[in-house]
Design a protein around this ligand. Sequence first.
Ligand code: GZL
Length: 329
Amino acid sequence: MIFYRLKQPWLFCLVLSVMGGCAKQEHPEGLSSKDGVIVGFSQIGAESAWRTCNTRSVKEAAAQAGVQLLFSNAEQKQENQIKAIRSFIAYQVDVIAFVPIVTGGWDNVLMEAKDAGIPVLVVDRKIDIQDESLYAGHIGTDGVEQGRKAGLFLLEKFKDQLGNGEPIHIVELSGTTGSSMAMSRAEGFREVLSPYSQFQIIYSESGDFLRSKGYELMRSILETGLDIDVLFSHNDSMTLGVLNAMKEAGLKPGVDVVIVTVDAEQAAINALIRGEVNCVIECNPKQGPEIIRLAQALVRGEKIPRLIHMEETVFYEGEDLSSLPPRGY
Ligand code: GZL
């Protein structure tokens, strides 16, 4: 748990003792929202370049706005997120923002935040909750649309084969099981392709958004001799692992296997330019300024939109990307 921009170093120790006890404490003297907004931010981890960019974006935006950020890295564990949120409640932050690693299991802790009068902002991924009033709004990206874009690219890519009865075998490496992003990308992808029976998802497995798992899964898939025409990977980190496994097996990724990947980190754009992937779907991690703006609005007692999706695009093989600015992740 790292505290950004706390004015009094002594406060660090006091707050740490609060965090450990998770007991309800009076807002420590000398630091309250009159000294500027205090936001507790629970981030899921650092599993991908996308995630580290998302974290950097929030920290930089908080610093820019003079917002005090209590930052917690949950290291991919929901129980750590729940502990952090309870600590934010004990510290009586002005706003709680968190990235729900999975959709379920948030009702109780968000009820505690509501009882403490602290508004909650759901960031990036979505939650599945009984009482929608337990959070003020969600800002993130549209995973279903990202999945649809992947499907639409394949319809275009294989348009000359449609109707010839030839099956098009798809392997899907999905994100963290139970995460809204894994479910939504899978949903949008299937929504577009299910009317076309030639597209057959012959293998789908979670690679947990991790490069190492993308490599391991692809290596074992290739060892089975499965005939793969397409890989749909829910994030670039897993795709980068896949590229290594394919090359080790003597395959030409992007040529022998059509690859569609999501995030649009620099390494994936570079692979697109090299012809090793065929389509990169942007998922915009730079949500920090919007998150801080929404947090400040909540502190002012303003209502915020229930749902805000970031602007995003798609990068295609053969596009001239020479003027594309560095991705920053
Ligand atoms: C998407 C985000 C996903 C990214 C992955 O909004 O939740 O989590 O696609 C990251 O790179 O791990």
